[in-house]
Design a protein around this ligand. Structure first.
Ligand code: ZN
Ligand code: ZN
Length: 266
């Protein structure tokens, strides 16, 4: 088993250091563990939920130390990968490509669209309540996918956290997101963190905020690859949701990836 979506205490809403996650991953039987903490922004935007830019080198060093320690273990230990989870905006592309993938040697970027632009302002993807918000979220995903920067799209159905009905607008958003991923062959993630969150009360009944089963029903028509990740914000969660996520995607006929070809070439 593998997990490519892991945070650390640096993002200010997770606990635990790299090594704590590695130890829990060992107990969970993972063969490969990728770290993907929330990307720091050079201009300090969205500062409440990510490391400062000055903490990046310490993050990279902690992951590299873990990688070396694992390689020294008898039998080779867990394969450790170095990534970051990233918002997308056109003006961030050179920073991601040249600084992160280039200078810092980051092996992969996860597209995690927690923020999108509507009417010239950044908004929270967890709190979408209007069809206009849905459409703007889909446009943000389309831009991110077209950038070619990402290894996979995290929680593609995160819009279902705030937008509760599964109506024509929600379906249209789902189709736009799935088509954007299909156009570039982008794998989509079944997100284990959503499965651990409190259920929401939708008109159709109680359900996890995401992944949304109806979204995954539509996904099967797009020929997409999927992967299950825990999106761990606590060491104890590092292996959680992987089997459920794999089952959800496989039951919809999606090919489930056991590992990612890394490093990505953006
Ligand atoms: Zn987070
Ligand atoms: Zn995440």
């Amino acid at each position: 088993m593998t997990n490519y979506h892991t945070h650390t205490y640096r993002c200010r809403h997770a606990t635990g250091e790299v090594q704590d996650y590695v130890e829990e991953a060992r107990k969970a039987g993972l063969g490969e563990l990728g770290f993907s903490d929330h990307v720091p922004q050079p201009d300090g935007r969205w500062a409440d939920c990510r490391m400062d830019i000055g903490e990046l080198s310490g993050y990279v060093a902690a992951v590299e130390r873990a990688r070396e320690a694992e390689a020294r273990r008898p039998g080779g230990g867990i394969s450790i990968r170095l990534g970051l989870e990233c918002e997308w905006s056109p003006e961030l592309e050179s920073y991601y490509r040249e600084e992160l993938l280039g200078r810092h040697g980051i092996e992969y970027l996860v597209g995690g669209i927690h923020n999108y632009v509507l009417d010239g302002r950044w908004r929270d993807s967890f709190c979408i309540e209007s069809p206009r918000g849905l459409a703007a979220y889909a446009r943000q995903v389309e831009g991110a996918m077209a950038s070619g920067l990402f290894a996979f799209l995290a929680h593609p159905d995160v819009f279902c956290n705030g937008y509760l009905p599964w109506d024509a607008e929600a379906k249209a958003c789902a189709h736009d997101v799935l088509a954007a991923c299909a156009s570039v062959g982008m794998p989509i993630e079944v997100n284990g963190n959503g499965l651990r969150k409190p259920m929401v009360r939708a008109p159709e009944g109680r359900r996890p905020p995401y992944p949304h089963r109806e979204f995954w029903d539509l996904a099967k028509d797009y020929g997409l690859k999927a992967l299950a990740c825990s999106d761990a914000h606590r060491p104890i969660d590092v292996g959680r949701g992987l089997l459920e996520g794999t089952e959800l995607a496989a039951s919809r006929g999606l090919e489930v990836l056991g590992s990612l070809p890394l490093p990505i070439r953006a």
